[in-house]
Design a protein around this ligand. Structure first.
Ligand code: 5AD
Length: 358
């Protein structure tokens, strides 16, 4: 179908120009790209990121405000069935303290992320959003609290939330069913993402690379789904096992697979806000720098209070006290500067119109 060594570079070139390939071509690219060709893809992706946003890295202050969760996802360390997880909730005052600290450190986006915790009713979350909106009118507020109905999402949007992160995890319904209990479905997840877009949120979807049972065919479907959704953000990190989950003995996703996908997503969605995730930094000490070199342009340091940080353990060995800690933003700035990038104090909104590029 596609001829020899030039085939891969031709596919990368075409992706950079057309921003889409067929499912078969995505599969071919993922299965046949040789390690010595990775650099060709990464460089194209990095150039696209530079053309879209310059050498600027946006930071988001992450507040993991509850690790209670009513869901039971097979891969996740804070799943309901994990009785060994030590549970916590932050009070509104603690959340406001995190914002205060974060603002002082230069953060202009606050991300409220948590498990699907029924104690935090829709009204309580709206209250948190209103408090942050009132105190920080110049900041973006991102929510990441799972699946809700249209009216709830709309209420939070009207309360002042700007963005919403909800990874679709996998676009393939059968694969989704192998990662989640029967009460959850890929169709509902996609419906939620559609509603978020409709309401006007800057919306983020995403996947774990190397999740159990994942095939290249699934990844090709994910890419096709993302292209159709046209999300403003995409969260991509390696799957990492958590020892107290059903997938505790599964292998982690690899650095290379994650970098390849980051680069492909950058070329497919040129203006997307693409974090170099904590999971990437967990499997490799300089994973996030490598992510930036493959087209990522966002990092999300942790603003949660120190004593709860170790409890938000989605996977084993999740890092939380190094440069991923918001308090160490100076070191993060130095590390990004060492690869030619500048961490900026900026809301870092999605850019609808991009300058002509590559
Ligand atoms: N490894 C990597 N990522 C995980 N997540 C949950 N559990 C794991 C794990 N074991 C990711 C999911 C979820 C996000 C908040 O964290 O993709 O959407």
């Amino acid at each position: 179908m596609i001829d020899g060594a030039k085939g891969i570079e031709n596919l990368v070139d075409r992706l950079a120009v057309d921003h889409i390939l067929s499912r078969e071509e995505f599969c071919y690219l993922l299965e046949n790209i040789r390690p010595e060709q990775d650099g060709y893809l990464y460089e194209k992706a990095r150039k696209q990121a530079l053309a879209s946003y310059g050498n600027r890295i946006f930071v988001r202050g992450l507040m993991e405000f509850t690790n209670y969760c009513k869901n039971d996802c097979y891969y996740c360390g804070i799943r309901r069935s994990n009785q060994k997880a030590s549970r916590y909730r932050l009070t509104p005052e603690q959340v406001m303290d995190c914002c205060h600290t974060g603002y002082g450190l230069g953060f202009r986006t606050f991300v409220l992320q948590g498990g699907e915790d029924p104690w935090f009713t829709d009204d309580k979350i709206a209250y948190l959003v209103e408090r942050i909106r009132g105190g920080y009118p110049d900041c973006a507020i991102t929510l990441s609290v799972g699946e809700k109905d249209y009216d709830t999402y709309k209420m939070w949007f009207d309360a002042g939330a700007d963005r919403y992160l909800l990874r679709h995890e996998t676009a393939n319904p059968c694969h989704y069913a192998s990662l989640h209990p029967p009460q959850m479905s890929s169709a509902h997840r996609k419906e939620c993402l559609g509603n978020l877009k409709k309401i006007g949120y800057q919306t983020g979807c995403g996947i774990m690379v190397g999740a159990p049972y994942q095939t290249t065919g699934h990844i090709a479907e994910d890419l096709e789904y993302m292209y159709g959704l046209q999300p403003e953000m995409v969260g991509i990190g390696p799957f990492i096992p958590h020892h107290d989950t059903p997938f505790g003995d599964r292998p982690a996703g690899t650095l290379r697979q994650t970098l390849l996908l980051l680069a492909i997503v950058r070329l497919m969605l040129p203006g997307v806000l693409l974090p170099a995730t904590t999971a990437l930094g967990t499997i490799e000490p300089d994973g996030r720098e490598q992510g930036v070199m493959a087209g990522a342009n966002v990092v999300m340091p942790n603003l949660s209070p120190l004593d709860v940080r170790k409890k938000y353990m989605l996977y084993d060995n999740k890092i939380s006290t190094g440069v991923e800690a918001a308090a160490n933003i100076k070191e993060l700035k130095q590390r990004m500067a060492s690869i030619g990038y500048e961490v900026v104090t900026d809301r870092g909104d999605f850019r609808k119109t991009l300058p002509e590029c590559v």
